[in-house]
Design a protein around this ligand. Sequence first.
Ligand SMILES: Nc1ncnc2c1ncn2[C@@H]1O[C@H](COP(=O)(O)OP(=O)(O)OP(=O)(O)O)[C@@H](O)[C@H]1O
Ligand SMILES: [Mg+2]
Length: 248
Amino acid sequence: MSTIIAFKDVHKYFGKKKVLRGISFEIEEGSVAVVMGPSGTGKSTVIKLMVGLIKPTKGKVIVEGMDVGSLDQEGLLELRKKIGFAFQFGALFDSMTIYDNVAFPLREHTTLSKKEIDHEVKKAIELVGLKPDEVLHLYPDELSGGMQKRAAIARTIILKPDIILYDEPTSGLDPIASDLISRLIVKLQRELGTTSVVISHDIKESFKIADQMIMLYDGKVLAAREPEFFRKTDNPIIRKFIDGIAEL
Ligand SMILES: Nc1ncnc2c1ncn2[C@@H]1O[C@H](COP(=O)(O)OP(=O)(O)OP(=O)(O)O)[C@@H](O)[C@H]1O
Ligand SMILES: [Mg+2]
C-alpha cells in the first residue's frame, strides 16, 4: 500500500480567517476516504487544495509525489489530468446534450476518433448505471437530479483519473439515489482502482463506503481513522456529530 495524497501540517487562511490550522493526514492509493465535519469547517477547501485551485498558506499538500503548492501552470495541468473533480454545485453544461457533456473532456484532451469517442462515452454511461439509448440525446434538465449526478460522474471518469474528488455527491438525493451513487463510488474503486475522496454529510452512506474517515473540526483534524473507530469512539464531539446526524 502506498500513500497517494498527504497533507503535512497544512494551514489555509483567507485574510484573517484561519480556516485550516495545521491539518495532517494520508490517503492510501486505491482507497475511499470520506471527509466530514460541520458546514464551513473547510471540507471543500481541502479538496480545492488537492487540485491546486488554491495554495496552502503554510505546510505541504503532496499528491502522487507532487508538491501541489509549488507547481507551475504546466505542473498543475499535469496534475489535473490525473484527478477528476465532481463539483459541489452543478456540473453539467446546460446547453449541451449528455453525449456532448460526457464527450467533452475527450475532445479537449485527446485525439481519439469519432468512433473511439462514441465507444468511450457509451462505456462511461453504462458504468454509472445509465442507458446510453435513453439519456445520451437528452439535455441535463431533462434528467432527474440523481441521473444528472451520475452523468456528471461519467464525464469525470472518462479520462480515467487516478483520483476522483467528490464534493457532496449525494446531497439533495433521496436514500435510493444516494445508495446508487455510493455503490458507484465503490464500483469505480474496485473496477478502475480509483482512489476516491468524498465529502459527505451523509453519515450512513459514509459508513458504507469509507476505508478511512477524516473528521475536520475547528480548523483541525479531530480524527482520521477507520469507520470502526468512529462507530465505537466515546469522544463527545464525534459522538454528537455522528449520532446527531444519524438521528435526523
Ligand atoms: N475563496 C475564499 N475566500 C474567502 N473565504 C473563503 C474562500 N473559500 C472558502 N472560504 C471560507 O472558508 C470556510 C470554509 O469553507 P468551505 O467551503 O471549505 O467549507 P465546507 O466545510 O465545505 O462547508 P459546507 O459543508 O457548507 O460545504 C468558510 O467560512 C468560507 O467562507
Ligand atoms: Mg463544501
